[in-house]
Ligand binder design. Structure first.
Ligand code: PRX
Length: 634
């Protein structure tokens, strides 16, 4: 399969993809294994929205990730797993072994009643069995819904409930640094309010004591043993191109997370194309994406993208600072990683630990570096470039979203001239548009606006699970005829794109997208809290931190205890990733006469920009602002 090799080829391919998108994507789709070729490449309108790629085609994505590679690279390592504890041996799973493991677990799922179209929730640590479970679902046509292991029982139960999952795949626990995360007990708590779940399959990882509910819970290894050495093959279910492949929840402006739905063929073609071109992947290279499979980056560029391309994909169970802040660099040397893809937050936190953690390592296997998930500041970009890439590795700052399925704006490694802080140019097939607030498209360069796309690409979101109206209203109604990302963006004098951040009520904390309403809902579970308001504030390491204003129903003199209780409440109901950094207890919140909180004012206070609060005359009680200003936490 060809890939773009020069900037001229990029320009030519881009032009072709815009002038004749159907022909362009059909060419990309040719190389895959299809049970039946498509009849029509694309049917679409952005009004409903109704987007269908490769209509009439039939396939199974796992045949393309696994079976297709067996002849040529059956013995090659598919998954290279690095455990949390560096003293535990790494695992190398070849394409052949992965094929067998996926088939076996697919048969386990079937024995537990799973069938095509079922929703299966996967709540697991970063072990190979997580990827195996994902692929096993795809093998039998069940829709996987992976929930990040850092989410708490309430977030898990909301997600299980929304998708009416009938099976949960989990583990007794997971290792993360010095901690042992009790996953199964979180599942048990979540299932108290999730009647749809009939079976729970539990992998043994930490040997933590767990309760197994008879008739509902079964051990992974017992279920494999029940196959009695059989089950090494499992015919791939034949899927229509537009059959859902997975649901992945992402935060939105309301308290309820959205189940983003991706379908089979378009997602496959898009992640494969972007993986090979953005990273300029060469056969035989070792690719390491540090994201958890619980996020879209893990779906697209740890599991599906690399496996579709026949790469060796590294999966790391631990955290960047365990046993010390040199762990990433030691793993790169140990496994001779060629392409390394991580988040700006991780880079900033490791930069802050100092170069002594980098110096012991050669890092000479590296060829390409990538970042994803949030804007990367120039200082972190330079640090990454000089100290990790040794000025030899192009950096791809890849912009995309859960909803886009794969990377949409990014340099092609070594081909596109980079500019620190810029995601640079749209990939072939991607047609960006910047809009002003009145909904007019801004033409030309040197403009700032809201980032939209005006034509579908194969990886675009199809719907939000169980609520198509929400998909339409969130992404397609705001600017008629366009998909709206929710991001602000600048197009500079060279036509390069720089993402300036979210323009809605979600914040990017350490690269994780969190809804302010969702955090407020969690805080409000505390019995003493009457009301709360959450906004973001710039944070040196995390990008954005969480600033919360809370109103208590009676005076609590032990404010330190109260703050700790609030943090514990958020951890309990949402998970540790949503812990507030600053909590200010207030008597009132700035509200308009219609009762709406004026977040603009709270954002300014959180940013410590007290002099520029703007017009406060429409507030019901402007005096609350003075009180909040006095108590503001620096
Ligand atoms: O605000 C943008 C930011 O992350 C958002 C999408 O978050 P999520 O769906 O969790 O997916 C993250 C991984 C793809 C975007 O709306 N974002 C993502 N990549 C970048 C970015 N902001 C700036 N630069 C990026 N490279």
């Amino acid at each position: 399969m060809q890939r773009i090799n020069t900037i001229e080829e990029y320009q030519k391919e881009y032009k072709h993809s815009v002038e004749n998108p159907e022909a362009f994507w059909a060419e990309q789709a040719e190389q895959f294994t299809w049970q039946k070729k498509w009849d029509t490449v694309l049917e679409w309108n952005f009004d409903e929205p109704n987007i269908k790629w490769f209509v009439g085609g039939q396939l199974n994505i796992t045949e393309n990730c696994l079976d297709r590679h067996l002849k040529e690279r059956g013995e090659q390592t598919a998954i290279l797993w690095e455990p949390n504890d560096p003293n535990e041996p790494a695992r190398k799973i070849s394409y052949k072994e992965l094929h067998t493991d996926v088939c076996r677990f697919a048969n386990v799922l079937k024995n537990n009643g799973a069938k095509k179209g079922d929703r299966i929730c996967i709540y697991m640590p970063m072990v190979p069995e997580l990827a195996i479970a994902v692929l096993a679902c795809a093998r039998i046509g069940a829709i996987h819904s992976v929930v990040f292991g850092g989410f708490s029982f309430k977030s898990l139960s909301d997600r299980i409930h929304d998708a009416t999952c009938n099976i949960v795949v989990t583990a007794d626990g997971g290792f993360r640094g010095a901690k042992d995360i009790p996953l199964k007990s979180v599942v048990d708590e979540a299932l108290e309010t999730s009647p749809s779940v009939k079976k729970v399959i539990v992998l043994k990882r930490t040997n933590t004591n767990v309760t197994m509910k008879s008739g509902r819970d079964a051990w992974w290894h017992d279920e494999i043993a029940l196959l009695g050495g059989r089950g090494e093959d499992c015919p791939a279910e034949i899927m229509d191109a537009e059959d859902p492949l997975f649901i992945l929840y992402t935060s939105g402006s309301t308290g309820k997370p959205k189940g983003v739905v991706h379908t089979t063929a378009g997602y496959m073609v898009y992640v494969d194309y972007t993986f090979r071109n953005v990273f300029q992947y060469n056969n035989g290279e070792v690719f390491w994406c540090t994201a958890d499979v619980g996020w879209i980056t893990g779906h697209s560029y740890l599991v599906y993208g690399p496996l579709l391309a026949g790469a060796t994909t590294v999966m790391f169970e631990g955290i960047p600072t365990y046993p010390d802040a040199g762990r990433f660099w030691s793993v790169i040397d140990k496994h001779k990683v060629n392409i390394f893809y991580t988040a700006p937050t991780a880079i900033r936190s490791l930069e802050a630990m100092g170069l002594d953690f980098v110096k012991p390592y050669k890092l000479d296997s590296l060829r390409v570096l990538g970042t994803v998930g949030e804007p990367i500041n120039v200082e972190a970009w330079n640090w990454y470039h000089e100290n990790i890439g040794k000025k030899n590795c192009p950096i791809v700052d890849t912009y995309w979203q859960t909803e886009t399925g794969g990377i949409v704006i990014s340099p092609l490694a070594g081909i596109t001239k980079t500019k620190p802080g810029f995601a640079t140019l749209p990939l072939p097939g991607i047609q960006p548009a910047l809009m002003d607030e009145s909904g007019k498209e801004l033409i030309g360069n040197n403009v700032d606006g809201r980032l939209c796309f005006k034509f579908p690409w194969p990886g675009i979101i199809r719907t939000t699970y169980g609520n198509h109206k929400r998909c339409k209203e969130t992404y397609f109604d705001i600017y008629k005829g366009y998909y709206f990302t929710g991001d602000g963006c600048r197009r500079d004098e060279d036509g390069y794109y720089r993402i300036t951040g979210r323009v809605d009520d979600v914040i990017k904390v350490s690269g994780h997208l969190l809804g302010t309403a969702e955090i407020e809902n969690a805080i409000n579970q505390h019995p003493d809290i009457v009301e709360s308001a959450v906004v973001g504030f710039p944070h040196d390491i995390k990008g954005w931190g969480i600033y919360t204003f809370v109103i208590c129903d009676h005076e609590r003199k032990d404010t330190d205890n109260l703050k700790k209780e609030i943090i514990d409440t958020v951890t309990k109901y949402m998970g540790p990733i949503a812990k507030p950094d600053k909590i200010q207890i207030v008597k009132g919140l700035p509200k308009t006469r219609s009762g709406k909180i004026m977040r603009r004012i709270l954002r300014k206070i959180a940013e410590n920009d007290l002099e520029n609060l703007g017009d406060t005359s429409t507030l019901l009680d402007p005096s609350v602002v003075e009180e909040i200003k006095i108590g503001a936490i620096k």
